[in-house]
Design a protein around this ligand. Structure first.
Ligand code: ZN
Length: 168
């Protein structure tokens, strides 16, 4: 976990945002599990504004046969519609898996101030694993990033999914 990321949310004692983060990550995990209903890789995302969920989604790539139908994209679109603005000010995006290049790009475009994710994606992650779109100083927006929140649980859900696929 990158320690620098905690600094920007340190207005409250550290244990308070952590509990809040875990609460929203549990909701993102619930959304991730819904992807299993249509045999999609279980990734979930929740976009929070204050205390309200303004967007949520799970991966629907297989369901829609759409390569862009990632959980984050669905949550971000819903959130922008709810706010009536492409600028997603004062929001936090919770994702069970490190965002890919597409979704990290959408996070930057939407000016999302803070991103919290669970498991790392060593194959496609664009928040430090393969690329670091969210921390690139050449871009005009850099969100605060917290990784590893319920990381074990988020990763286990993915591992179980892929294990089940191999034995089929
Ligand atoms: Zn993505």
């Amino acid at each position: 976990m990158k320690q620098c990321c905690r600094v920007e949310v340190a207005r409250q004692p550290p244990e308070v945002p952590l509990l809040t983060d875990e609460r929203w990550m549990r909701l993102a995990l619930e959304h991730a599990r819904r992807a299993l209903e249509h045999d999609d890789v279980p990734v979930g995302a929740v976009l929070v504004h204050g205390e309200a969920v303004i967007g949520a989604g799970h991966n629907e790539r297989e369901l829609r046969q759409d390569p862009t139908a990632h959980a984050e994209m669905i949550a971000i679109r819903a959130g922008a519609a709810a706010l009536g603005s492409w600028r997603l000010l004062d929001t936090v995006l919770y994702i069970t898996l490190e965002p890919c290049a597409q979704c990290a790009g959408a996070i930057v475009l939407g000016r999302i101030p803070r991103v919290v994710f669970g498991a790392l994606d060593p194959k496609a992650g664009a928040a430090g694993s393969v690329l670091d779109v969210l921390a690139d100083p050449r871009l005009n927006h850099r969100p605060a990033v917290t990784s590893g929140v319920l990381g074990e649980e988020c990763g286990d859900l993915l591992r179980e999914f892929f294990r089940g696929r191999r034995t089929r």
